[in-house]
Design a binder for this molecule. Sequence first.
Ligand code: G3P
Length: 216
Amino acid sequence: MKFFIDTANIDQIKDAASLGILDGVTTNPSLISKENKPLNKILKEICEIVDGPVSAEVVATESDTMIKEGKKLAKIHPNIVVKLPTTREGIKACVALVREGIHTNMTLVFSATQALIVAKAGASFVSPFVGRLDDIAQDGMELIRDIVQIYDNYEFGTQVLVASVRHPIHLVQSALMGAHVATIPYEVIGKLLNHPLTDAGLEKFLSDWQKTGQKI
Ligand code: G3P
């Protein structure tokens, strides 16, 4: 399973990358707006830190302009993946960009039918938003189960990228269901390794070792 970080914050990306297990980055217009820096500068910096797919989202809503924006974004770095909303216009833009050899990530996916069309459009990634479904009392993880099953049935090449992850349980369930990727907020990455028994166990090992008076 690949781990992406869901942020445009350079310090957070550097810190997560230092773990050595980061496979990519996803951004969106809301995340970019928090950084107070030009989009191109942020994307270039991210691509220098992480050697993997970096999603950058268009802001147009009409396919012709989405295609133009997508091409501009793709020129910034070979690792840029153009993120498009899963609307009729977004799908048209996706098909056109894929034909030009540009990788796409279809975002704001909330149904299995949207995900099926995304795969048929040839996108590299589909981004179902689990947390936002949970927010409206629908089980976001049920959608992941359905999409993984549908993609397996037809051996679609599109990777299931679990987005809107809110807590470590989303990660565990995504891995059990066989999702290819999860994009994880910085705060959640911090929680993935924590366990009080690990801390207590280490403390005991070290205090026992100290009693031996030895050095390694
Ligand atoms: O990047 C898209 C997605 O992960 C947003 O998450 O928490 O704003 O629903 P959230």
